[in-house]
Design a protein around this ligand. Structure first.
Ligand code: FES
Ligand SMILES: [Fe+2]
Length: 434
């Protein structure tokens, strides 16, 4: 299902205009002279001016993952997502599409919706009760004594929204990047069999990591640190990202098991006509992507200690529990694991240069019953623990970047996807500054 709303955004002021020219020259120099194969210089993670530029060049320009359809299934359902200085309303409309609006009242700027999710008819600002239709048109504003007040000039500012395979993306740019169509064509056949429209939210977790958003994304792009994830390592082969010739001695046995499990998974994918191959275009297109279906250890079904299923209900059209994980990474702010019995979505929303909201959402079949078909604690255990461990790793790196002793270090071979993410980021900002 694809639904999109295309209404041009009003022109916004330039964030860089608030950065003194001298400082902008220094920031542009940092981007120009970034050393390939090495982590970024400290200001990329610590400087508020670089953060303002990130918000403008990345989060203000590109398609950002906001929510899945399971979070707003019915007309009137909404979520609000905040990143940097922005707050955005994503609202399911009567036509089945999504309306995306800036959550900024056109009277004196109050936040119109203050909840992170809910259901609404019209949108009523809590300050002076200006009332907007679900399309954002101002339909009521008490104006005693006003004779020339034209309500049609004060609708909520609109932005772009689109939905692919049950995932909703928003873009604040006047003209969104167009190659997202091609990216969506790549991932839709992988995700469609899991049918997110027939799922429900089992649990959602919001954590603030005391680290720059890029550190959060970088951390997710490698498994070099996976010794720090004992719960995850039960089912996710810790050889992820490695190839023959890069396997350390202590992982050789795991590697052999991984290869056998992958061969068996490929056979099953062929049987069920499921795409499984790796598509990796992390820094070769504007809407960067990596997607693949990979085997899981143990029973090969889910993120549990023995790889056994965590929900008894299969998702969508799937006919087999033993389908590993279809994992997707999308630039700039999301990654996903689609399993046969549940889906986990991860959205990264920067707060400021040293804080990032990470939102994790567990989805199960809409007819799965908590306590009968799945145990919520067991369903969420692995990734709750893994998120806490990752939060600690990210925060250690932020502390390092804050130190005068920090200097960029070399990426190892197994960290090639971290480098690809950084390549993508640097390239996008450079294009923006050009
Ligand atoms: S600020 Fe919203 S009605 Fe006044
Ligand atoms: Fe991790």
């Amino acid at each position: 299902m694809v639904a999109s709303v295309k209404v041009p955004n009003s022109a916004r002021g330039s964030l860089t205009s608030s950065v003194p020219a001298e400082q902008m020259t220094e920031i542009a120099r940092l981007f120009e002279h970034r050393r390939g194969g090495y982590s970024l210089e400290a200001p990329f993670y610590t400087d508020p001016a670089v953060f303002r530029l990130d918000v403008q060049a990345i989060f203000g320009q590109h398609w950002v993952f906001a929510a899945s359809v399971a979070e707003l299934p019915e007309p009137g359902d909404f979520v609000t997502v905040d990143y940097g200085p922005y707050s955005v309303i994503v609202l399911r409309n009567d036509d089945g599409g999504v309306n995306v609006m800036h959550n900024v009242c056109r009277h004196r700027g109050a936040r119109v919706l203050t909840e992170s999710s809910g259901t609404t008819g019209n949108l009523v600002c809590g300050y002076h009760s200006w009332t907007y239709s679900p399309e954002g048109n101002l339909i009521h504003a008490s104006a005693p004594g006003e004779t020339s007040f034209d309500k049609s000039c004060f609708g909520l500012k609109r932005a772009h929204g689109r939905e692919h395979a049950g995932l909703i993306f928003v873009c604040l740019a006047d003209e969104p990047p167009t190659d997202f169509d091609e990216t969506a064509e790549i991932f839709e056949p992988y995700l469609a069999p899991h049918d997110l429209a027939k799922t429900k939210v089992a649990y959602q977790q919001n954590i603030i990591e005391e680290g720059n958003w890029k550190l959060v994304m970088e951390n997710n792009r490698e498994c070099y640190h996976c010794d720090g994830h004992p719960e995850l390592a039960c089912s996710l082969f810790p050889t992820w990202g490695l190839t023959d010739g890069l396997i350390p001695a202590h992982l050789e046995e795991v590697w052999e098991r991984n290869k056998k499990a992958q061969d068996a998974l490929i056979d099953r994918c062929r049987r069920y006509d499921l795409p499984h191959g790796v598509v990796e275009e992390l820094d070769t297109r504007v809407a960067g992507i990596r997607i693949a279906r990979d085997s899981l250890d143990g029973d090969g079904e889910s993120f549990s200690s023995d790889g056994h299923r965590l929900s008894k209900k299969l998702l969508g059209d799937l006919r087999d529990f033993r389908l590993g994980r279809c994992s997707m990474h999308l630039q700039p702010n999301s990654w996903f694991h689609f399993l046969s019995d549940h889906v986990v979505t991860f959205a990264v929303f920067p707060v400021n240069e040293h804080q990032t909201l990470v939102r994790t959402t567990w989805l199960v079949a809409d007819d799965a019953v908590a306590g009968v078909d799945y145990d919520l604690e067991k369903l969420t255990h692995t990734w709750k623990q893994t998120n806490l461990q990752d939060k600690a790793f990210v925060e250690l790196c932020q502390a390092g970047a804050n130190s005068p002793a920090y200097e960029p270090g070399p990426y190892m071979k197994s960290e090639y996807q971290v480098e690809a993410f950084i390549n993508w980021y640097v390239q996008r900002v450079r294009e923006h500054l050009a």
